[in-house]
Structures are given as structure tokens and as C-alpha cells.
Ligand binder design. Structure first.
Ligand SMILES: Cc1ncc(COP(=O)(O)O)c(C=O)c1O
Length: 381
């Protein structure tokens, strides 16, 4: 089977984990702190603004809480979003309002976001589809002008930049995912970046039970180190030293991963651009760099699902992200039509893309895709 996503883990990660085992401290400790600082440096951010947490989803829920979203508030997000973003909004009692997106990039433009704003919009959540930076500078400017908070779901944009700036650092809060299928993986894990230092400190408190002080014993904050200074209800969403140790190695290897992913994307572009019935992604705007998490093609809606099934029969796993939320039962709404999102959801197919993909596998995927599209277009089963 040629996987659609796949992590790259090896001896270096195993050694880093063994070192954590040997020192007998598995919880959130020095390695988690080190990984936070390293990831912050990678973003060009201050270490105090970055938290290593146990998933990106937890980060989205924290972000919604930090912005004090609640009943009566609207939050605009593209319908082509991962469901966790809408869940994080809905859990507060606020209302998710879905925007349309560009059918080719699957990212919303500032105009799409603006069209979805309501008088009650308190926040906007945008993702960078498959690591491709969205119209983020313009969306950030729009939010500033309207005094609306901006959350960037940079789950797939671990190394994406727009005009030299890391995706995730344009708004008020951002989240990244290091889950098992991402580029930089820690098993489960994520990062949260908070622009405002006071809010970042609050995030740290909420991420660990609402506890105001550092661990009582190690910090010797009082002679009764077991006492709890809890001023707010909190959660337990911190990362640990085992996963952080893996994260540090993966972050060091990130340039190598990105170079390989870029080479795979270049090969797909070369092999598929201009092929009958297949549309490749539009080129990146000047000044933008992608993490190349997804590579997608767009096919006639009438054959997309059949082509996916044909490829699966040939042991090639393809998929689509993200099924439109305005059509998911929990969020189905009678809102305005979203033609770009609907078109994207019916025509887009993600091809295998990961750093372990060999050149002959890329050629196999491209050949089999071309064959399947030709067969289905001509009506051959
Ligand atoms: C855009 C987006 N946001 C959020 C998430 C959630 O990430 P996690 O699995 O780390 O909770 C994902 C996961 O696939 C994602 O793709």
C-alpha cells in the first residue's frame, strides 16, 4: 500500500526516547521546556508565547476559552475546516458561521471571510489548507480593522511562511499539530502560540488544572508544597518529555523532510500538469512558502469517487480533507450557499505525499491516476 500520509521516525528519535526513560522523568519537564523554546525559535517567536500541549485540538479549545467566546458570539471559519475548529467554538456556546473558500486553493480569501462576518462576530478561525499559506496578511488586517480576534489553525503549516513571516504569527492565537500523520510528529502533540504575554500566561495556567504556581515541590513555593493555588477551572492538556524529545529530533530533521516533500510535489507537478482531466494545484504566490502537507488534484465531480476507489484497488491510498462542515449533520445549516467549498469538496483528491515516498512510487501514483481518469472518463469500469 502506498500511504497517503506517513511519518519518518528512526534511530535518533528512539535514542532521544531512551534518554528520557533513563532519566526517569517522563512528564512535562526540561525536554518539554526545551522543545517549546526550539519551536518558538523556529517561528521567530518568544519562548514564553509558545506552549507544548498534547494536541492541536486541545489548543483550539483553549484558544476559544482564552478569547472568552460564549453564547451570543459568532465565529467565522471556512466550511472546509477540520471539525475540531467548529467543535471548539460550539463547545463554548458560540455559533460557528461558515465562510466559502477558493475552489482551487481551498483557502478562504479575505473577501470570503468578510462576506461571512455578522454584527456578532467576535473571532475568525482560518487554516492554511494543506500547509499552503492563505490570504493571511489581508485576513489579519481585516480582523484588526473590525476589532475581531484571529485564530490561525496552522495544524498543517509547520514550516509555511507568507512574506517571510511564519504562518501562525499573523493573528492573536495559533495552533499546530504534531499528531501521528503530520510532518513533524510526536505521536500526539501540538503547539499553541499566544501573542499577548498575559494571555499566554493564562493559557499556561489553563493547560494545567488552572494551577497558578509552578509544581509546588520542585519550585519550593511554600513549606506546604502540596497546596493548590487554583484561581480558575483548568484542564490537563500539557505535553510530556517523551513526546517532546521526539519533537526536538523531528524539528531538527524538518528541513530534510521539507526538501523531500518539495521534490515529490515538483515530480507530481511535472508528471500531471496538463494531463487530460486532471487539474494540479495553482502555483504559490510569490513570497509564500508551503509545508507541502497535502498535494491535491481536481477531477470531474462525476468520476472523483470512482477514481479514488480504482486507486485503492491498486493499493494507492488517496483521500479528501476536509469534508465541508456546512454539510456535516451536527453543523448543517440553512445559511447562504457556499459554491467554492461545495465544488472543492466534490472534485478534490489528495495524493500520497510524505517524505518516505520513493520516486518510483510517485511515478506509479501519477501513472495509475492518469489511467484511472482516462478509463472513467471513457466509461470503462
Ligand atoms: C487543520 C487541522 N486542524 C486541527 C487538527 C487537529 O490536530 P490534532 O490531531 O493534533 O488534534 C487537524 C488534524 O488533522 C487538522 O488537520
Amino acid at each position: 500500500m502506498i500511504n497517503v500520509f506517513q511519518p519518518s521516525l528512526g534511530d535518533e528519535e528512539a535514542t532521544a526516547v531512551a534518554e528520557v526513560f533513563a532519566c526517569n522523568w517522563l512528564g512535562h519537564g526540561p525536554r518539554a521546556k526545551a522543545f517549546e523554546a526550539e519551536f518558538a525559535a523556529h517561528l521567530g517567536a518568544d519562548a514564553e508565547q509558545v506552549l507544548f500541549i498534547n494536541s492541536c485540538t486541545a489548543g483550539l479549545f483553549l484558544a476559544a476559552e482564552l478569547l472568552e467566546l460564549g453564547p451570543g458570539d459568532d465565529v467565522v471559519l471556512p466550511s472546509v475546516s477540520f471539525v475540531a475548529a467548529a467543535n471548539a467554538v460550539a463547545a463554548t456556546g458560540a455559533r460557528p458561521v461558515f465562510s466559502d473558500c477558493d475552489p482551487r486553493t481551498l483557502n478562504p480569501t479575505a473577501a470570503h471571510i468578510e462576506a461571512a462576518l455578522t454584527p456578532r462576530t467576535k473571532a475568525v478561525i482560518v487554516l492554511h489548507y494543506g500547509g499552503r499559506p492563505g490570504d493571511i496578511a489581508a485576513i489579519a488586517e481585516l480582523c484588526r480593522r473590525r476589532d475581531i480576534r484571529l485564530i490561525e489553525d496552522a495544524a498543517c503549516a509547520v514550516a509555511s511562511t507568507a512574506d517571510g513571516r511564519a504562518c501562525g504569527t499573523f493573528g492573536d492565537i495559533a495552533v499546530w499539530s504534531f499528531d501521528a500523520m503530520k510532518i513533524l510528529v510526536t505521536g500526539d502533540g501540538g503547539a499553541l502560540w499566544v501573542r499577548d504575554p498575559t494571555l499566554a500566561a493564562r493559557a499556561r495556567t489553563l493547560a494545567y488544572h488552572g494551577l497558578e504556581q509552578p509544581s509546588g515541590f520542585t519550585a519550593r513555593v511554600s513549606h506546604r508544597w502540596w497546596e493548590l493555588n487554583v484561581q480558575a477551572f483548568g484542564h490537563r492538556v500539557i505535553g510530556n518529555d517523551v513526546t517532546a524529545a521526539v519533537g526536538s529530533v523531528q524539528l531538527r530533521r524538518l528541513p530534510e523532510f521539507l526538501a523531500r516533500r518539495r521534490a515529490v510535489v515538483d515530480s507530481y507537478d511535472r508528471l500531471l500538469t496538463g494531463a487530460e482531466g486532471i487539474r494540479t494545484p495553482p502555483p504559490l504566490p510569490r513570497g509564500h512558502t508551503s509545508s507541502y502537507y497535502f498535494y491535491w488534484v481536481q477531477l470531474d465531480e462525476a468520476i472523483r469517487d470512482q477514481v479514488a476507489a480504482d486507486l485503492l484497488d491498486r493499493d494507492i491510498y488517496t483521500t479528501f480533507r476536509y469534508p465541508t462542515l456546512h454539510r456535516v449533520p451536527a453543523y448543517r445549516s440553512e445559511g447562504p450557499s457556499l459554491p467554492g467549498a461545495d465544488e472543492a469538496a466534490e472534485s478534490t483528491l489528495l495524493l500520497p505525499l510524505h517524505q518516505a515516498l520513493r520516486e518510483e512510487e510517485v511515478r506509479t501514483v501519477a501513472d495509475e491516476l492518469r489511467k484511472a481518469v482516462a478509463n472513467r472518463t471513457s466509461g470503462t469500469p
